[in-house]
Design a protein around this ligand. Structure first.
Ligand code: ADP
Ligand code: MG
Length: 584
């Protein structure tokens, strides 16, 4: 983990080294200051030597200036290094997330990724800054001040030693307890983010089902859990201050007591007593710093692990050594294919699938929800890799293709599709960034989207809100189809992509496909028989197996599932009038 994080410091190495250097210089200045002050009092004020006072005063002014300068520079470089570190971490995570395959994405929750990109990185950034500035400063300060104190007067300095030991015991006890709580805090952050993300992105559904109260109480619970944990951890941490103060005052009291006696006895000067008191503060402050660093470190350990997990996650699909860059044709072959999702155990989702589809065929796929229709087609564009067997496109195993080539030639209109914020035209050009306006129009005509786009206030320049909230479900689906068509793919897969489109429009879309892209192999997943009955052949999926594969008439005659679905849809009213329309 440390190695992963360290590698992100990159161009900020110089700043990372300069910060502790300036910090050490600052400590040196801080340590010298009380010494000069002691001399000023003893050699100047006590004996009334003005010249000495002025000299020492000047030295003190210079030291103060130097202290200020080193402090500012240390702070500046510390900020530079830590914010740069955070920037690099975020970029590294984000870049790696882009390479994730679907199964990598399955592993992390969206909420988890968001927490990692925001809160966790911020923690690391703060911890790193702390580390650079304080980790050298505090121990250095402790050692310098302590040795100076011993140098001035060993008997009084032993009072510090007692205080330091007392504090060290107290702090280590407290930290051990607090760390436990801080670790848990991050898990709760994930829950909180999950709640926010789920609710906010699905706010319309929440409203439609009048679940606001339920969602609010869920969120309150997540907030409350976090609150309770923080209170528990902070309860321990706040003890820090009073205990510190108590120790400081006890020390001052002890030093004054012993010191006063010594001054009277003549074995200590007033100046020395003054500087001893200053060192006392220095020592105890650095102890407190150390304890804070300790808290930060334990907090950020958890974050560090979570961040490096994302950076180190290897995309489990990659291009082969010498990838095939050209897809010969749109034929598809499933050869004894079995597939299971990594996360799930037990039965495979797809079992021993054998299918041969010719280039240019139109294939319908029918089956109940959960019968693995989506899983089946996802293997064709290699969104997942098969567990056993092989999937061939154009006679070549999909694992041998350059992935970009494959995905450009196999266009999938996903079941859960999204539009991005931007104009209609920008969204369409996701399919092909060089598409001309005329080509976009053509694709939209095919997808029956031109009509409603032209009715929109700004036509093709109409702005689509994030998630496509300002277009209807059916309009969104048609835009997604048009976007896929712009790829001019060899294989076009529509995963239930016309479910929200009325049946007449649906039929027109399919007619358009048959006329304008006859060479493209088309796979159409649908719930309505009317959407697929005119396909060349139809696959009937049942519980991860191919239950039947043939034309409408063949399946009606031989396949029980198909016949039952057909009868329920035609006799129950449903879409049966559609078949008349189709025959026109
Ligand atoms: N990303 C996933 N991780 C684990 N299991 C999944 C995933 N996607 C789908 N499944 C499971 O695979 C099975 C088939 O799902 P799917 O192919 O989406 O069916 P369909 O598209 O026919 O409704 C279901 O039992 C579902 O729970
Ligand atoms: Mg599906």
């Amino acid at each position: 983990m440390l190695k992963t994080l360290m590698s992100q410091i990159k161009e900020y190495k110089r700043a990372s080294i300069l910060t502790p250097v300036f910090m050490i210089l600052e400590v040196v200045v801080d340590t010298l200051m009380p010494l000069v002050m002691a001399s000023l009092i003893d050699g100047g004020v006590e004996v009334g030597n003005i010249g000495h006072i002025i000299r020492m005063g000047l030295i003190m002014a210079c030291l103060a200036g130097a202290g200020l300068a080193t402090g500012v520079l240390g702070g500046k470089y510390g900020a530079l290094a830590s914010t740069g570190f955070a920037r690099n971490l975020r970029i590294a995570m984000y870049t790696n997330i882009q390479t994730f395959s679907f199964s990598n994405i399955d592993k992390f929750s969206t909420a988890g990724l968001i927490t990692r990109l925001t809160t966790d990185v911020t923690n690391l950034q703060n911890a790193y800054q702390m580390l650079l500035r304080m980790c050298t400063r505090a121990p250095m300060n402790l050692i310098c001040a302590m040795s100076m104190a011993f140098f001035i007067n060993a008997r009084i300095a032993s009072i510090y030693l007692a205080a330091v030991i007392f504090l060290a015991v107290f702090l280590s006890f407290m930290m051990r307890r607090a760390t436990k709580y801080f670790r848990e805090v991050f898990k709760k952050y994930d829950d909180l983010n999950a709640s926010v993300q789920e609710n906010v992105s699905a706010i319309r559904v929440v409203k439609a089902y009048v679940r606001e109260d339920y969602e609010t109480s869920k969120f309150q619970k997540a907030c409350n859990n976090l609150y309770l944990l923080f209170v528990r951890a902070e309860k321990l941490v706040v003890l820090n201050m009073p205990v510190m103060n108590f120790t400081v005052y006890a020390c001052i009291l002890g030093i004054s007591w012993v010191g006063a006696k010594m001054i009277v006895g003549g074995s200590l000067t007033t100046g020395e007593l003054m500087s001893l008191l200053t060192y006392c503060m220095n020592i105890l402050m650095s102890l407190m710093m150390l304890s804070m660093i300790f808290v930060m470190m334990t907090m950020s350990m958890a974050s560090g692990e979570r961040v490096s997990e994302v950076i180190n996650e290897k995309a489990d699909l990659s291009d082969p050594e010498n990838p095939v860059m050209e897809i010969p044709d749109g034929s598809i072959l499933f050869d004894h294919v079995s597939f299971r999702y990594k996360a799930s155990t037990g039965e495979p989702v797809l079992k021993d699938i054998n299918l041969s589809i010719r280039s240019g065929e139109t294939i319908g796929i029918l089956g109940g929800t959960g019968s693995a229709k989506t899983s089946l087609v996802n293997l064709i564009s290699r969104l997942y890799d098969v567990s056993e067997g092989s999937v061939k496109v154009g006679g070549i195993d999909v694992r041998e293709y350059h992935m970009e080539t494959l995905r450009n030639q196999v266009a999938v209109v996903l079941q859960k599709n999204v539009l991005f914020s931007g104009t209609v035209l920008e969204n369409l050009r996701w399919g092909n960034k060089d598409a001309t306006l005329e080509e976009c129009r053509e694709a939209c005509r095919l997808a029956q989207a031109d009509e409603f786009i032209e009715k929109m206030p700004d036509g093709y320049d109409t702005y689509i809100e994030q998630g496509g909230t300002n277009v209807s479900g059916g309009q969104k689906q048609r835009l997604c189809i048009a976007r896929a068509l712009l790829k001019k793919p060899k294989i076009l897969i529509l995963d239930d992509s016309t479910s929200a489109v009325d049946t007449a429009t649906d039929a027109r879309i399919r007619k358009g496909f048959a006329r304008f892209i006859p060479e493209t192999t088309k796979l159409i997943i649908a719930q309505r028989i009317s959407s697929i009955q005119n396909c060349d052949r139809i696959i009937v999926m049942d519980n991860g197996r191919v239950d039947g594969f043939g034309t409408h008439e063949e399946l009606l005659a031989s396949n029980q599932i198909y016949r039952e679905v057909y009868e329920s849809q035609t006799q129950g009213g449903g879409d049966f009038d559609e078949s008349k329309l189709e025959r026109r």
